[in-house]
Design a protein around this ligand. Structure first.
Ligand SMILES: C[S@@+](CC[C@H](N)C(=O)[O-])C[C@H]1O[C@@H](n2cnc3c(N)ncnc32)[C@H](O)[C@@H]1O
Length: 212
């Protein structure tokens, strides 16, 4: 579910690692501190980790380097191929945030970077409800993604992108489902998580949720 944007990644896959390196001026600020952001996600993950939206495997690499066991889920075939080129023995499967193969091992943490916004807010709630059932007490969800403090802040960001002539970025912010912190917080709280938010750049926040 939430797979409606996959065609974007068919075209973007080969150039994705250039974008995160800051070579695309439109996305420079979105990917500012990318390496630090991924390291933070990895630092807060514990035990056996389920990662959604693996992409080219950049967060996965950090998790593995930190000694974690990772099960990866990625719906885009070109992205899966690039991830396996980078990490040949990666355990990665076709799936998405809501429909994914059942894991044999019990999961301690669920992580994702730059991907949860592909779900509508209703789908986000469905996903978090599912994770609340899967995770043990004190299990963690650690996400990094673009989100906004208010709808007004989102509108201002779209306006600023248009003024700079960053039409791809403006279109992306209008097209996909970038949430407000208030909405995300209410989803986590309703599903019995304690949750905190930390701003990492002008767009991306780190979300750390612990199951009560
Ligand atoms: C912007 S990339 C992020 C890749 C990587 N996590 C990173 O931080 O660089 C978004 C990834 O989410 C994947 N994706 C898109 N829709 C998804 C969904 N519904 N469930 C899981 N992953 C999805 C895309 O195929 C893509 O690989």
């Amino acid at each position: 579910m939430g797979r409606e944007f996959l065609n974007i990644f068919e075209d973007w896959a080969d150039k994705y690692d250039d974008s995160v390196g800051g070579f695309d001026p439109q996305y420079k600020d979105v990917f500012a501190n990318y390496d630090t952001i991924l390291k933070e996600v990895s630092k807060h993950a514990e035990g056996i980790v389920l990662e959604f939206g693996v992409g080219t495997g950049n967060l996965t690499e950090k998790l593995l380097n930190d000694g974690k066991q990772v099960l990866g889920i990625e719906p885009s075939e070109p992205m899966r191929e690039l991830a396996v080129q980078k990490i040949p023995d990666l355990d990665i499967k076709d799936g998405d945030f809501i429909d994914f193969p059942e894991t044999i091992e019990p999961i301690d943490s669920i992580v994702s970077s730059y991907a949860f916004h592909h779900l509508t807010d209703t789908e986000k709630a469905e996903a978090i409800e599912k994770y609340a059932e899967m995770l043990p007490k004190n299990g963690k969800i650690v996400f990094a993604d673009t989100m906004f403090e208010t709808e007004n802040a989102k509108e201002k960001s779209i306006e600023a992108a248009k003024i700079k002539g960053f039409n791809d970025l403006a279109e992306d912010l209008e097209r996909e489902y970038y949430p407000t912190i208030e909405v995300l917080e209410s989803i986590f709280v309703a599903n019995n998580f304690n949750v905190s938010f930390k701003q990492m750049n002008d767009f991306v926040w780190l979300v750390i949720a612990n199951k009560r």
